[in-house]
Write a new protein. Structure first.
Length: 143
């Protein structure tokens, strides 16, 4: 009985946390208005998602959310001076981040292995197996 009560309490707390984390279209529209966007429109897509389109000084912003979970699926800004939005690694269509300072070749870094020289020596010569650590010759081993 005690285990059942603990399980129900845990499920109730978890469900309440999930419900609290959802974003509603009205909350997002209010946030956009607070950020200075005007002409906020809320509409449904053919897939049943909620699409919020707003216009402002930064351009046009489009947000698509899944209404059942409240998860933001897309947040795109288009315009003359769009605000940078963080790259979402879950979105396979987002462009990869550019390397810093335009450096796209890191092969010349000193910690990278260098190619072999023109003699083909890419590793040191193997040690002489007929000598021990002191340089003395080893006695023949019996088989």
């Amino acid at each position: 009985m005690k285990l059942l009560r603990m399980a129900l309490l845990g499920a109730g707390l978890l469900w309440g946390g999930i419900a609290h984390a959802q974003s509603t279209p009205e909350e997002i529209a209010a946030q956009l208005i607070a950020e200075g966007y005007t002409d906020v429109q809320i509409e449904r897509t053919l897939l049943g998602r909620v699409r919020i389109v707003a216009s402002g000084a930064d351009g046009r912003r489009e947000i698509v959310i899944q209404p059942t979970t409240g998860v933001i699926l897309r947040d795109r800004v288009q315009g003359d001076n769009p605000r940078p939005t963080p790259r979402d690694d879950r979105d396979p269509m987002s462009p990869p981040s550019a390397p810093p300072d335009g450096a796209d070749n890191d092969d010349a870094r000193p910690d990278r292995p260098q190619p072999p020289d023109d003699q083909g020596h890419d590793r040191p010569e193997p040690p002489d197996r007929d000598r021990n650590d002191k340089g003395d010759e080893r006695p023949p081993q019996e088989q």
